[in-house]
Design a protein around this ligand. Structure first.
Ligand code: GLA
Length: 402
């Protein structure tokens, strides 16, 4: 009897710990669009409506992009007398609800931004002390996604702050994807699996391939250094809980090769794919990169395994990602400034993923190869792979075991 009671108590605690967040909200990495990278706080109703329209008409929705997220700058500078957040009346003259209904009517979902601290990074009211009230506000508005930042958070404990907001969202009762944005400062990968669906691993991205943008007191990080910083983190990611190397900069000024490499890498890393360009005015090239369904399928593979850097040969970085059904993706990325020739003899390689217990062994299986950017089959793993890769370009292959 005593044992049974102890078992029941243990079960109660287990269920409660694991019932902390909504289940099954992001079984594959979330896909969508966010206003920050292009518009900062210059956002408004028309932009959101036109963006929703463009996401549908460009084929992005059909390719899987789902969430339209308004980042910092959507609020008035003060809460109202009841302590509620107030959407900016000039930017959103018809109110936020009407806009959210519009986005929903397009078959898309809607997200907002706030901050765990007392103020957002752009100085708008933060959520500290208002977690339950704000969560009810969001649930009543009908949002589906909340990005939660970490400015003005001096003295706060990250795990506690994010856990409080997660509980508040759960209590408010509407399933809302919870995106933690504390820049990887407190190792969220170690504690956020049951707190949210994704967590930023680094500081802010910038549309630069292999460098930083220095602002003096802080710096933004380019694509390749962000990818370098993902090392060691893949074991923490999986269906429902993802490492987030920040939003996409595709279409924001890098070269076509660099945009393609950036997008490929994010897919190899099972990263959330949150476009950050002006989708109303994007070029055909940008659109083609963002909507390549075969590349997106690597990101969205249901096994949910984050890829890793297997090895580097003469500045060509070779990323691999186990996929479901004994398939793999492999991405050869030329990080150097010159064109490189690769000669990759599959028969000499045994690619082991010791964390997720997978192995790509061409002595046991003759894998079929498909070039995911050119969309053509390119042979099998019996013959060495010989290709030329331009500077900052990729060769991304699906490697099929059957
Ligand atoms: C931080 C975040 C960015 C963006 C801005 C908004 O820098 O990391 O992604 O949300 O705040 O002010």
């Amino acid at each position: 009897m005593k044992n049974k009671i102890l078992l029941l108590i243990a079960l109660f605690f287990f269920v409660n710990v694991h019932a902390q967040k909504f289940e099954n909200l992001a079984l594959t990495p979330p896909m969508g669009w966010n206003s920050w990278n292009t518009f900062q706080t210059n956002i408004n109703e028309d932009l959101v409506k036109q963006t929703a329209d463009a996401i549908v008409s460009s084929g992005m929705k059909a390719a899987g992009y789902e969430y339209i997220v308004l980042d910092d700058g959507w609020m008035e500078m003060e809460r109202d007398s009841a302590g509620n957040l107030v959407p900016d009346r000039k930017k959103f003259p018809h109110g936020m609800k009407v806009l959210i209904d519009y986005v929903h009517s397009k078959g898309l979902k809607f997200g907002l931004y706030n901050c765990a601290g007392t103020k957002t990074c752009a100085g708008y009211p933060g959520t500290r002390g208002y977690e339950y009230q704000d969560a009810r506000f969001y649930a009543n508005l009908g949002i589906d996604y909340l990005k939660f930042d970490w400015c003005s958070s001096d003295g706060l404990n990250a795990k506690e702050s994010y856990t409080t907001m997660s509980k508040a969202l759960k209590k408010a009762g509407r399933p809302i994807v919870f995106s933690l944005c504390e820049w990887g400062q407190n190792k969220p990968w170690e504690w956020a699996e049951n707190v949210g669906e994704l967590w930023r691993t680094t500081g802010d991205i910038t549309a630069k391939f292999d460098g930083y943008l220095d602002h003096g007191s802080w710096k933004q990080t380019g694509v390749m250094p962000i990818a370098d910083l993902q090392k060691g983190l893949r074991k923490y990611a999986g269906p429902g809980h993802w490492n987030d190397p920040d939003m996409l900069e595709v279409g924001n000024g890098m070269s076509t090769n660099e945009d393609r490499a950036h997008f490929s890498l994010w897919c190899m890393l099972a990263a959330p794919l949150i476009a950050g360009n002006d989708v109303r005015k994007m070029s055909e090239t940008t659109k083609d990169i963002l909507t390549n369904k075969e590349v997106i399928a690597v990101d969205q593979d249901k096994a949910g395994i984050e890829g890793f850097l297997y090895k580097t040969i003469d500045s060509v970085e070779i990323y691999v990602k186990p996929l479901s059904e004994n398939n793999w993706a492999i991405c050869f990325l030329n990080r150097s400034a010159e064109t490189k020739n690769i000669n990759f003899n599959w028969q000499n390689e045994v690619i082991n993923d010791t964390i997720f217990n997978r192995s790509l062994d061409t002595k046991k299986v003759n894998y079929q190869l498909r070039d995911l950017w050119k969309k053509v089959n390119v042979g099998d793993t019996k013959k060495p792979l010989k290709k030329q890769i331009e500077s900052h370009n990729v060769l991304m292959l699906k490697v099929s075991g059957r």
